[in-house]
Design a binder for this molecule. Structure first.
Ligand SMILES: Nc1nc2c(ncn2[C@@H]2O[C@H](COP(=O)(O)OP(=O)(O)OP(=O)(O)O)[C@@H](O)[C@H]2O)c(=O)[nH]1
Ligand SMILES: [Mg+2]
Length: 221
């Protein structure tokens, strides 16, 4: 759950990138790291084998101060390989928002499903109800699954985000989508706008300025 300290005027959020093996979760984080102003980011921590498999998790801390408020956003990825189930649950604990990074390769759609089911089980066990943004990554591949027939993961009206994380395309709009959805989900409980004196759109614009985004990235989110 978000850490909200009204006395210290500090908000800490935890976002988790979840999804099947090799869908591009770590690549999303690397692209995000490349975009965030060096003043506003901590070290990108990754632990991988030589063939790009995440062993434990990746973490990118993003932090900044604005109008006397201190924001910390901790962005994690889980390891996608089936054997790391226990690790995924640990990383998901306390998440405020989730990005589900799906494959666009038609040959790997079953892996998307398996991972989605795994996510549902973990969230149920952890009693977590948090917003989930779906990103179809690797749109640069030939023969991508068309969006109009793509799996919408149990929600026919679900908005699907697209990315080609290797080139950084789509990475920021996905990030702003999960950030906005997370703010919206926390607002009824914490009354963030009122108690921090920051409107949602100002919060989004401030983050945008600190992660090297443009207004367009928020709007298309
Ligand atoms: N063509 C293409 N390749 C990509 C894209 N994003 C990631 N990749 C490649 O896919 C492979 C896996 O990417 P990772 O980011 O390590 O995948 P992951 O989801 O973190 O994998 P696990 O940690 O094992 O779950 C790497 O070789 C990436 O370069 C993309 O948008 N397009
Ligand atoms: Mg990884």
């Amino acid at each position: 759950m978000a850490q909200v300290d009204f006395n210290e005027r500090q908000l800490t959020l935890k976002l988790v990138y979840f999804g099947p093996p090799l869908s591009g979760k770590t690549t999303n984080l690397r692209a995000l790291h490349g975009k965030v102003d060096t003043l506003n980011r901590g070290r990108l921590m990754t632990l991988e084998t030589r063939d790009d498999r995440t062993l434990f998790f990746d973490l990118l801390p993003v932090f900044f101060r604005s109008n006397g408020l201190s924001f910390r956003i901790k962005v994690y990825t889980v390891p996608g390989q089936p054997m790391h189930e226990a690790t995924r649950r640990v990383v998901l604990q306390g998440a405020d928002g989730i990005v589900f990074v799906a494959h666009s390769d038609p040959a790997r759609l079953d892996e998307n499903r398996d991972s989605w089911i795994g996510l549902g089980k973990n969230l149920a066990e952890l009693h977590l109800r948090v917003p989930i943004i779906v990103q179809y990554n690797k749109r640069d591949l030939p023969d991508c699954v068309p969006l109009d027939t793509a799996d919408r993961f149990d929600l026919p009206e679900r908005r699907l985000h697209t990315a080609s994380a290797v080139s950084g395309e789509g990475v920021l709009p996905t990030f702003f989508a999960v950030l906005g959805a997370t703010w919206d989900a926390l607002e009824p409980t914490f009354k963030l706008s009122q108690r921090f004196g920051v409107a949602r759109d100002d919060f989004m614009r401030t983050v945008c300025a600190h992660v090297g985004g443009s207004e367009r990235d928020i709007l298309v989110a």
